[in-house]
Design a protein around this ligand. Structure first.
Ligand SMILES: Nc1nc2c(c(=O)[nH]1)N=C([C@H](O)[C@@H](O)CO)CN2
Length: 117
């Protein structure tokens, strides 16, 4: 089964970084998420409750970023994947997390992880 529900280019802000000056400012983050799900199940009954609701998941990501503070984007990605697997019953998630302003000479830097329940 290779079906995917995805969220691409989700912008949000967080207080995140290893330096002291980063602990008092909001910085932009961008998420790409891919979640495995058998799309035949919701499609059979045209039922939102049987799919992965990308709107609810987007809101969960934005809420978590507003409410938590970390030094490393690795920590944020790890904690968020664990939360999403638990709250939405995901089997497998691939998360790309970009911090666009971190290295001015790069378009973006970030991490990409894949986690399973
Ligand atoms: N692999 C990582 N490297 C760095 C991180 C990070 O979270 N993961 N963070 C920083 C600083 O916070 C940087 O973003 C400041 O511009 C440096 N390297």
């Amino acid at each position: 089964m290779q079906d995917i529900v995805f969220i691409e280019g989700l912008h949000t802000k967080a207080v995140i970084g290893v330096y002291e000056w980063e602990k008092v400012i909001w910085q932009e983050l961008v998420f790409d998420i891919e979640m495995e799900h058998d799309n035949r199940v919701p499609a059979a009954n045209d039922d939102i409750h049987k799919t992965l609701d990308y709107e609810a998941i987007s809101n969960a990501i934005k809420g978590f970023c507003k409410e938590h503070q970390f030094e490393l984007i690795e920590t944020l990605a790890e904690r968020l994947c664990a939360l999403l697997i638990d709250r939405f019953g995901l089997t497998t998630i691939t998360m790309t997390l970009r911090k666009p302003g971190a290295v001015p000479s790069a378009r973006a830097v970030g991490v990409k992880i894949r986690r399973s329940a």
